[in-house]
Structures are given as C-alpha cells and as structure tokens.
Design a protein around this ligand. Structure first.
Ligand code: SAH
Length: 362
C-alpha cells in the first residue's frame, strides 16, 4: 500500500467516504506524497507525453499567436506573460524563444508561472534560466494588468466531482473502503445547484463537474476584461461534460485510479463550455488543437525545421502530424481562446463573435 493510500484510508475510517474531488486533490498535490510533488511524469521515461514535449513547434506557434494579439492590442506594457501548470517549463521556453525578436515584447513581459508543485518549480527555473521569473500559487495572485496566458493540460488536472443519474435522482461517486481497499461507490445527493442545469439527463447518464475550474477561469477573464489580453487554453475534452472520463495514467497506459494513489496521474476531460461560460462577458472562441495549429502555420514551420534538422528536437514532420492529425491529438484536444469584448478573435480561431454556441446550462 502506498503511504498516501494509508492516509486516505485512515481519513475514510474516521470521517466516512470522500468525494472524488478530495481524492484527486490528495493524489495529485499532497505536499509529501502527491503525484506532482514526487514524480517526474513527463516524457518517454515518465507516464505521459504532452504537446510541448512532443515538439518545440507547439510553443512557437502559440507564442506567435499571443505576440500577434499583443501587437494588435497596441503593445500594452508592462503586461503579464503567464502560464498555468507549466510542467517542465518547455512551453514557456519555446514561447520566449519564438518571440525574442518582437520589439518590446520581452521588455514589457513580466513572466509569471502558476505552479503548485515545489519540485516542478525547480525544474522550471532550470529550463527557463536567464529569464526573470515569478511564481504564484493561485491565479488570484496574477497582477492587475494586461494578461497573456497559456494553459496546456492544466484544467484536466483540477479535481472533479462525478454524478450518475439513478432512479430519477443524482448519486455522487465517493471513495470509500471495500474489503480493506479503496473503492468507488455511488451515494445519493440532495439538491445541488450545479446539477439543476442537467435537467435533460437520462437514467444512467454520468456528468462531471470541476468546482475549481470556473473560479480560476473567472479570475483570468476578469483581468482580460479590465486590462485586455488573451488566454489560450488547450486540453482534452469537449464542449459539454458527458460520461465517465475520470482516468489514471501510468507508464503511458491506463491503470486503476484507486490502486496506488499518488503514483499515477489522475485527470478528467475538460468541459470547455463551462469554461467559456465562467469567462463571460469576455468572449470565447473554440476549435480543435489540430485546426488551430494548422491555421497558425505549423505545417510550414515543420517543413522549415525539416530542412535544418539540427534545429529540431525530433522529426518535425512526424511531430506536426501527431499534434494535428484527427486520429492522433488533433481532434481529442481542443483549444479555447478567451479575449476582450469588442475585439476580434485571435489568429487561428475563425470566429469574431460569441458564436461558439455558448450555453446557459452550467
Ligand atoms: N503544461 C505542461 C504540464 C501539464 S501537467 C505540459 O503541457 O507539459 C499539469 C501541471 O499543472 C503540472 O505542472 C502540475 O504541477 C500543475 N498543477 C496541477 N494542479 C495544479 C493546481 N491546482 N495549481 C497549480 N498548478 C497545478
């Protein structure tokens, strides 16, 4: 049994079953035994590979998208250049390299990394050596000034609660004990405001709610509304939560999320519609990762790099395909832009208005 399993079992024995959100928060971020506190999840040797670790082109084209929007908004300075959940710092390093020659961009940028893991902060400091950096525990600590922000595979790590429609009512998945082991079970719940919006749910439907996501999004959007800016959010998920997407990844394969808490990465699909709603009245534009990167010119960049193989970390044509092909990461991963009212959508997002089908139901 992992040390964390011991702790969680003790808590359940004294206080009863805990919500999936509580379980997920402990597994990922417990300061001594949590996954991000203790493990090196990224890369071939780790548990999963993220887009910036696949190719430098991901950060390069997103960096240019941010910088173009900054220019379009009149080059506000100073501004915050922020990333939520920077992992190894690779994405921010690629953004900074790609934008180095844009006059005034680096001079005006105050780089701020929102990172919960002390261990990963050290890795980020090494990756981004030579840049002046600040860290924040929470988005609430972002300065009140123009904000240009990226978040890749950040929201999927925020804890979720999961509900199943059963016998005409909702039951919540809670983590309890069965034969001395951690196990999920369904427990009836009373009226919950967040569930009222899923009135069309049918027997057996499963929905997931990420209580932390909307407040995080609202903090980011608030700064964009008050001071201008742009947030680019990339992750796997869809426009509306439906189905059980709670999963554990270890060594590039799926595993039982209750088997070894703290030793596997736990995630759930991101509900982008709920994020767009939380960002109002800031505008939202939504597309797939594949469509965005293609529109931002990843294909041309891949060919450039292929002509100068020494400049690339790996085969650029294969990497571009992996990031954009619908059969690989191109469709499952989505991109959401949050930008100011009365302003055109950023490059790569083909919408100038709130025509994402924004919903009123969450
Ligand atoms: N963006 C990176 C890493 C994704 S993994 C990449 O694409 O490679 C998720 C990251 O979010 C890690 O850096 C993790 O430590 C951080 N994280 C997870 N939950 C967090 C929270 N609640 N607050 C701040 N950072 C968090």
């Amino acid at each position: 049994m992992t040390p964390l399993a011991d702790l969680i079992q003790g808590r359940i024995l004294s206080g009863g079953p805990i919500s999936l959100a509580e379980y997920m928060a402990d597994c990922l971020l417990h300061p001594d035994h949590g996954y991000y506190a203790t493990r090196e999840p990224f890369g071939r040797e780790g548990d999963f590979v993220t887009a910036p670790e696949i190719s430098q082109m991901f950060g390069e084209v997103l960096g240019l998208c941010l910088a173009q929007y900054w220019l379009d908004l009149g080059s506000p300075s100073p501004f915050t250049l922020a990333e939520c959940g920077p992992g190894r710092g690779t994405l921010m390093a690629d953004i900074l390299r790609a934008t180095a020659r844009i006059p005034g961009f680096h001079a005006g940028a105050e780089i701020l990394l929102v990172e919960a893991s002390a261990r990963l902060r050290e890795v980020q400091e090494k990756t981004l050596a030579g840049h002046q950096l600040r860290w924040a525990d929470r988005v609430q600590d972002l300065p009140e000034q123009p904000l240009f922000l990226v978040a890749n595979e950040f929201f999927d790590a925020l804890p979720i609660r999961q509900f199943t429609r059963k016998g005409g009512a909702w039951a919540e998945t809670m983590v309890g004990l069965s034969e001395g082991r951690l196990a999920p079970g369904l427990f009836p719940v009373g009226a919950l405001a967040a569930l009222e919006h899923f009135s069309k749910a049918r027997e057996g439907d499963i929905i997931e709610i990420c209580p932390a996501a909307a407040p995080v999004m609202a903090e980011i959007a608030g700064r964009i509304i008050r001071h201008k800016g742009l947030a680019l959010i990339l992750d796997y998920g869809g426009w509306q939560s439906l189905g059980d997407t709670f999963q554990a990844l270890s060594r590039h394969g799926y595993t039982d999320p209750f088997e070894a808490p703290g030793e596997a990465d736990l995630t759930a699909h991101v509900d982008f519609g709920a994020l767009a709603l939380a960002a109002r009245p800031a505008r939202a534009a939504y597309t797939t990762q594949g469509a965005l990167l293609t529109a931002l010119g990843i294909g041309t960049r891949a060919q450039q790099l292929a002509a100068h193989p020494a400049a690339a970390r790996n085969d650029p044509l294969a990497a571009a395909r992996r990031l954009t092909d619908p059969a690989e990461m191109g469709s499952l991963f989505k991109a959401l832009a949050i930008y100011p009212c009365n302003t055109a959508a950023p490059a790569g997002f083909f919408t100038g208005s709130d025509d994402t089908g924004a919903r009123d139901d969450a």
